[in-house]
Ligand binder design. Structure first.
Ligand SMILES: CC(C)(COP(=O)(O)OP(=O)(O)OC[C@H]1O[C@@H](n2cnc3c(N)ncnc32)[C@H](O)[C@@H]1OP(=O)(O)O)[C@@H](O)C(=O)NCCC(=O)NCCS
Length: 145
């Protein structure tokens, strides 16, 4: 299966929300239409993976000051098929296009998300204790573009 990556628009807000709820993980924060509108207004760019007609994953990158992979979710029914990696590649390409030399990502410490980032070539550059105010720590990762 060859997923196709498309740039998303403000019209895809309900799709991002639905996909985040289908990724099989419990999140510290869930997306809302209001938050998504604010992020899009500030210039955050969203991408959708649409392999066979219906979107199965999305990702976003914030390139305002430094580039950060912000959201990335793949429908759990489509996990481990390379879709997350393709979306991450789209974020890297976009950050590079905008003149950035590094892409960073923050994830929950000791989670499978760290394994995913390592597989993409990210290296850990920091640790953030109690990142979310509920005792959950985060690790900070970067990749050179
Ligand atoms: C993390 C996530 C985006 C991965 O999406 P995906 O489409 O399944 O990822 P890929 O198929 O491209 O996986 C690439 C590699 O990452 C690693 N990986 C992905 N999911 C993993 C898991 N659950 N456990 C262990 N390793 C995992 C593997 O090394 C995998 O390669 P392999 O399948 O050849 O072993 C997806 O699980 C998800 O939506 N998670 C919830 C949201 C989230 O964590 N977002 C932040 C991501 S940084």
């Amino acid at each position: 299966m060859k997923p196709m990556i498309h740039q998303g628009t403000i019209n895809d807000i309900s799709t991002y929300i639905a996909l985040q709820r289908r990724d099989g993980f419990s999140h510290q924060y869930y997306l809302t239409p209001e938050r998504l509108k604010r992020l899009i207004d500030r210039g955050e760019l969203f991408f959708l993976a649409i392999p066979e007609g219906a979107p199965v994953g999305f990702a976003s990158v914030d390139c305002e000051i430094r580039s950060q992979a912000h959201f990335l979710s793949v429908d759990k029914k489509y996990a481990r098929r390379g879709i997350g990696s393709m979306l991450m590649k789209a974020l890297m390409n976009e950050a590079k296009k905008q003149g950035h030399t590094r892409l960073c990502s923050h994830v929950e410490a000791s989670s499978t998300k760290e394994v995913f980032l390592q597989k993409q070539g990210f290296i850990q550059v920091g640790y953030y204790k109690n990142r979310y105010g509920n005792g959950v720590d985060a690790s900070i990762w970067e990749i050179a573009l």
